[in-house]
Design a protein around this ligand. Structure first.
Ligand code: ADP
Length: 161
């Protein structure tokens, strides 16, 4: 059976943790759509177009992964792209409460859409985009947490002030 999974998030910016989840999903599903939420109310560091472009760069090696931006309801976006699975990553117990609530709400909105959780390899469990931004802002080395192209963009962003 051909199953399309949609992996939504802010990806501000994409980290090695996100990529680990995408790689696992690419092995499980025929098609994986990474859906980058506009989330302008969250005031992301990177514009939607930049977040999409960085994801395109770092997932180019996967033949069945595509990247889209979206600003509508996730369940509607999933339907538009014929996705039957919503993918989310679970790092720690602290993620669980929010993710459980989100999965429950999405099920109420669209009962046929299943939420599936994947966990990353151990070394990525503690990586979050917000922590990466904070480290980069303070001049720390983020090279082991994000791809090189993301690191370059972070340095450029914070050097410009
Ligand atoms: P959101 O604003 O939707 O939480 P994020 O980009 O922070 O967007 O995260 C998108 C998804 O990826 C979430 O399910 C989150 O739990 C998961 N995720 C984030 N970082 C990691 C990581 N290091 N390992 C595994 N999953 C992660």
């Amino acid at each position: 059976m051909e199953i399309t999974a949609i992996y939504p998030g802010t990806f501000d910016p994409v980290t090695n943790g996100h990529i680990d989840i995408i790689a696992r999903a690419a092995r499980l599903y025929s098609k994986v759509i990474v859906a980058v939420a506009d989330n302008s109310n969250k005031h992301p560091l990177f514009e939607l177009s930049q977040r999409v472009k960085l994801l395109e760069d770092v997932t180019a090696k996967f033949g069945n992964v595509s990247i889209i931006g979206f600003d509508n309801l996730l369940v509607d976006c999933a339907k538009q792209h014929n996705a039957s699975v919503i993918l989310r990553g679970l790092r720690a117990i602290s993620d669980f409460e929010y993710e459980f609530q989100l999965a429950g709400m999405n099920r109420r909105l669209s009962p046929d859409l299943e939420t599936v959780f994947l966990t990353p390899a151990e070394q990525y469990e503690f990586i979050s985009s917000s922590m990466i931004k904070e480290i980069a802002r303070l001049g720390g080395d983020v090279s082991s947490f994000v791809p090189q192209v993301v690191q370059e963009h972070l340095i450029e962003k914070f050097n410009r002030g």
